[in-house]
Every structure is written in structure tokens, then in C-alpha cells.
Design a protein around this ligand. Structure first.
Ligand code: TRP
Length: 468
């Protein structure tokens, strides 16, 4: 029952195609690379708990809102929001909600492509047997050596971006959809195997204790913000993707059911990744706060010693690259759709220009990890040390832009859009609608605002003034 609008870029063939693409966007490096290491840096259990609450109470409602905006607006994120604002006779300034998503996913992709490049390099290292019979220490050393060579990192990220540009620019999604069909389930199974292997060969009980026993003394306000931001990151929210994918969604598909399904799969993958990694971390005396290298220095230890390790390891990194790749496609799509709609650029030219500029910005990340002097420094942002450009881009997007973008989306859908329209678009039971509407009007805005006020110290000041 969406309005009469149609997307100029085409439509999904149905519910399943949308679920695959949206899950492909959601599941990626965020689940397997980022979640385990930020959990480790932020003390484990309490962080996980806050993250899970954020997924359920904020992530799912915001995802529904974004898909709704896209399906109603049928354009790239900024223009969709603008159209809906006009429909609600409100200020077109609300379109900022869409544009900030576009900028965020552009910035995220600049480092995402670099990390996907690491995974690609690791396909070859694993296949070559580099990790066979090597000590845990030597495996760590290999990763450091890998990072220390900026030329290789530049080349690997160029390969990732080139393939992304090729697929998106030529619109050859068909073959990719087929591949994803089979690769996503395989990734799931393989992660399951890794989890079982490391649970039975590693320090499983210590890992479970670390991941699932909340110790709130280890959680700082920055940790809470990062858990919130990561809930957005991992579900690809406030980054345009769910709006643009919603724009291609047929009108008869249930937005509520598909959103819950996507969030469930995404969370399951993250948890499996944690269980695959942490028993090894404790078994081999590595520290949870290892940082962005965590999976690259733990999983190869398992691949080096488990039966058929070379085979499993190679498959694992191949799938990780694919998972990253389906996310990269979604990240570049908003910018490309916008350049095509508004600037009238040819699709291939638009994509190539975007990819090329991303590679250049990605150099900030490459040289951050290569520890170039100009790319490393010391900053303190609300108590969190930030030491290089990668961390700047990551913090700016995940911790600041995504939660604030989500806030604006929640206010727009909950307070600006007419109730009748959101009801019509969600087409769900009265109870589900009521819960969603409450979450989006009250819970999300209040939670995000409180976290930010606390972060900048205003909340504590207020509480003190009130004598609490
Ligand atoms: N969700 C992706 C992951 O977990 C990362 C991501 C963030 C993303 N924003 C996005 C992917 C926008 C696609 C589009 O890896």
C-alpha cells in the first residue's frame, strides 16, 4: 500500500531477495572482526549485555523505521526523507537524517575496505600454510609484519574496492546474489565448527565467564556509547543502507518480521564469532584488549593446529571476504544512487569516482596501522584515548554519527510523520505497532540523549544540582 512512487533503480524480486541483501549488508566485519575486539576492550559481559539490549530496544525499531522510510520514499536516503517530510508538511531539513547516513557509510567504507583487504591477504597466507606448526607468538608477529607494509595494504584494499566498483557499477548483482545464497549459510556453519573446535580445545569456561557474566565496574560511559554505536553499526543502521534497500522492497512484505529476522541472524553470527575466538584468547594467554588484530592473531592459531586447518582456514577467510564484500556493496550504494539521481552521472562513472576517492581516504587507515608518524597522535575524547586516524574515523562514525543519526530518524518517524502513514506502511498487528511506536517515540530518543549527556558530563552536573 505504499504511495504510488517507484524506485528508478529497480526492485527486489521479493521478500527473500531483500532478506538476503539486507542480511548481507548487516553481517560483515562488524560481527566477526569488530564485535569480538571491542567487547574485549570494554570488559566483556556488561558490554555484551548493553549491546544486546540496544539491539532489541533500539536497533530493531530503528531498522523498521528506516525500511519504512525507504519503501515510502523510494529514493536514495536524503531524497526519501525529504519527500516524506514534504508529505508531512514539515521542514525539508529533516533530510539531514538521510544525508548523514550517506556520509557515515562513505567514511566507514574507507576503513572497511582496508580491513577487508587484510582478510583477503589472509586467504592466501592460510592457503599457503603460513600458520602450520607456528607458535602463537609467531602468528602475532606475522600480523604485525603484515600491517607494517603499507604498500601491500594499499594494494589489497584497491582490489576490494575495484571488485566492489565493478559489481555495483555494472549492476551485476545477479551472480552475486546466487553466490551469497550459498556463502552466507556456509559462513554460519563454518563459524559453528570454529566455535565447537575452540570451545573443546580452548579455555571455554573462562570465555563464557568473560562474555556472559556482566561486571559493571568494567563498563565506562564510553563503553556504553560504543555498545550503542555498535548496535547501529552491526545492523547497518543510520548509514543509509536500510533506507536504500527498503526503497527497492515490494509493498506486500512485512517490515516487522523481516527486521526481527535480520537482527536475529546478525546477533547470532556475532555471538558465534565471540565463542570461536575467546576460548583461544584465554588458552594462549592473549589479552582480550588486543585491539583490531584480535581475530587475525587468534583464529590462525586454531587453523595451524586443527585437523584440516588449512582447508577450514582458507574457507573461513574466503567467506569473511564475501561477508565484507556484501556489506561494502551496500555502503557504496547510497552514494552511487545519489550521484546517479541528482548529478545525472552514468552509473559506472559514479561508482568509479566513489571507489577511487575511498581508496585515497583509506590511506589514513593504512598509515594508521603502519604506524606512520603523521598518522599517529594522542587525543583524549571524553576519557577515551584516540591514537590514530583510523580510530578518529571509527569513533566519529560509530560512536557519534550513527547514534545521532538514529536519534534524528526516530524523531522524524515517531513525531513528524503522520501516524496514519506509518501504520499503513508497517501493516502489522495493533500490539506490535504500539510497541514499535513507543520505542521509537520515547525509548530511542531518551536513551540516546541520556548517553550523550552523560558522556559530556552534563548529566552528572544536573544530578549534582538536583542533589541526587
Ligand atoms: N553492518 C556492517 C557490518 O557489521 C557494517 C556497516 C555499517 C554497513 N554501516 C553499513 C554495511 C551500511 C552496509 C551498509 O559489518
Amino acid at each position: 500500500m505504499s504511495g504510488a512512487r517507484e524506485s528508478v533503480h529497480g526492485m527486489w524480486s521479493g521478500r527473500f531477495a531483500f532478506i538476503l541483501a539486507a542480511t548481507g549488508a548487516a553481517v560483515g566485519l562488524g560481527n566477526i572482526w569488530k564485535f569480538p575486539y571491542i567487547m574485549g576492550e570494554n570488559g566483556g559481559g556488561a558490554f555484551v549485555l548493553v549491546y544486546l539490549l540496544c539491539i532489541v530496544l533500539i536497533g530493531i525499531p530503528v531498522m523498521m523505521s528506516e525500511v519504512l522510510i525507504g519503501r515510502r520514499g523510494r529514493q536514495s536516503p536524503g531524497l526519501s526523507v525529504k519527500t516524506l517530510a514534504q508529505e508531512a508538511s514539515s521542514s525539508t531539513r529533516w533530510q539531514i537524517a538521510g544525508w548523514s547516513g550517506l556520509v557515515a557509510s562513505y567514511l566507514i567504507l574507507s576503513f572497511y575496505a582496508v580491513v577487508a583487504g587484510w582478510a583477503l591477504a589472509y586467504v592466501i597466507k592460510t592457503a599457503r600454510g603460513d600458520f602450520q606448526g607456528v607458535t602463537a607468538e609467531a602468528i602475532g608477529g606475522q600480523f604485525d609484519a603484515h600491517l607494517a607494509n603499507p604498500w601491500a595494504l594499499m594494494a589489497w584494499s584497491a582490489v576490494i574496492l575495484f571488485v566492489t566498483v565493478y559489481v555495483v557499477g555494472r549492476g551485476v548483482h545477479k551472480g552475486l546474489e546466487k553466490a551469497v545464497n550459498f556463502l552466507m549459510p556456509s559462513l554460519f556453519v563454518l563459524l559453528g565448527i570454529m566455535a565447537i573446535y575452540s570451545a573443546s580445545n580452548g579455555a571455554f569456561s573462562e570465555a563464557v565467564q568473560f562474555m556472559f557474566t556482566p561486571d559493571f565496574s568494567k563498563l565506562t560511559i564510553n563503553g556504553v556509547l560504543l555498545a550503542l554505536g555498535h548496535a547501529f553499526f552491526t545492523l547497518s543502521l543510520a548509514s543509509g543502507a536500510m533506507i536504500i534497500y527498503g526503497a527497492y522492497l515490494p509493498s506486500n512484505v512485512s517490515i516487522a518480521k523481516t527486521s526481527v529476522l535480520i537482527a536475529l541472524v546478525d546477533t547470532a553470527v556475532a555471538m558465534l564469532a565471540g565463542i570461536a575466538i575467546y576460548p583461544l584468547v584465554f588458552q594462549y594467554g592473549l589479552t582480550p584488549a588486543e585491539g583490531p588484530g584480535l581475530i587475525f592473531v587468534t583464529l590462525p592459531i586454531a587453523f595451524g593446529s586443527m585437523p584440516f586447518g588449512t582447508f577450514f582456514g582458507t574457507m573461513f577467510f574466503v567467506m569473511l571476504v564475501f561477508a565484507a564484500f556484501t556489506s561494502a556493496i551496500a555502503m557504496i550504494e547510497s552514494t552511487v544512487a545519489w550521484l546517479v539521481e541528482r548529478k545525472g552521472l552514468n552509473r559506472l562513472v559514479a561508482t568509479a569516482a566513489t571507489g577511487g576517492s575511498l581508496w585515497l581516504i583509506g590511506l589514513l587507515t593504512v598509515f594508521s596501522f603502519a604506524k606512520a608518524d603523521w598518522a599517529t597522535f594522542e587525543l583524549n575524547v571524553f576519557g577515551k584515548p584516540i591514537t590514530n586516524f583510523f580510530e578518529v574515523v571509527d569513533y566519529l562514525t560509530s560512536a557519534i554519527m550513527l547514534p545521532l543519526g538514529g536519534l534524528v530518524i526516530a524523531i522524524f518517524v515517531g513525531w513528524v510523520m503522520k501516524r496514519k502513514i506509518t501504520e499503513e506502511e508497517l501493516q502489522t498487528s495493533a500490539a506490535v505497532y504500539a510497541i514499535w511506536r513507543f520505542a521509537i517515540r520515547w525509548f530511542t530518543p531518551i536513551a540516546v540523549i541520556i548517553v550523550f549527556l552523560h558522556l559530556i558530563g552534563v548529566l552528572d552536573l544536573l544530578l549534582r544540582l538536583l542533589g541526587v
